[in-house]
Write a protein that binds this ligand. Sequence first.
Ligand code: ZN
Length: 231
Amino acid sequence: MDYQHRCQTGIPLDLPVGQVICVGRNYAAHAVELNNPIPSEPVLFMKPPSAIQSLGERLSVVERFMPVHYETELAVLITQPLFDASESQVRAALGGMTLALDLTRREEQSRLKQKGLPWERAKAFAGSAIVGAFLPVPESWEAVTFSLSMNGEQRQQGQTGQMLMPVIALIQHISQTFWLNPGDIVLTGTPEGVGALAEGDKLSMTLNGYPIGQTHVVLQSCASFIQGKSI
Ligand code: ZN
């Protein structure tokens, strides 16, 4: 089914589905686990709207994209246009939060990095952004916690206080280069504990203690992936 932004009660939000702006290496421990230096400025990249799938019962991955890694990230929904935005403009433009999986073809990413090529093939492929239903914005963006369990075992635990660049400053920084528009989503980086997905893996995620979604990995041929999109 085609993706639409939804709130936790399942009601569709009256916003278009926009681009997904992502930040790499926003948690020091994750940069270290992939042998990357801690960046002096955020690493930014994007996924197109067509890459988004809802966090639902099934997490579809096209088989030929494997190996694919999960990265669990706090996702923030933009509800007003932002460019070169002030802190208060950013705060007023945030309309919800959820968790997203920034799916990554890690071997492909390493190959592209070595050649100095753009990351889209590894980061922006079809189905690469898994987005949950949105919760209201938190009282403090500095104290949001989240976790990912896989097959009953905790794999990732995040706390926005550990971010190298916190949420509001990060979105201000992004808006210095890009227009952000209503319906866009910002993925704020992953904590350590990323790893590979396999057929049948069961994933469950919590955001500030609230269960945001449960899903299981289904590897698909291109033909069944296409069919699934039109159901
Ligand atoms: Zn990521």
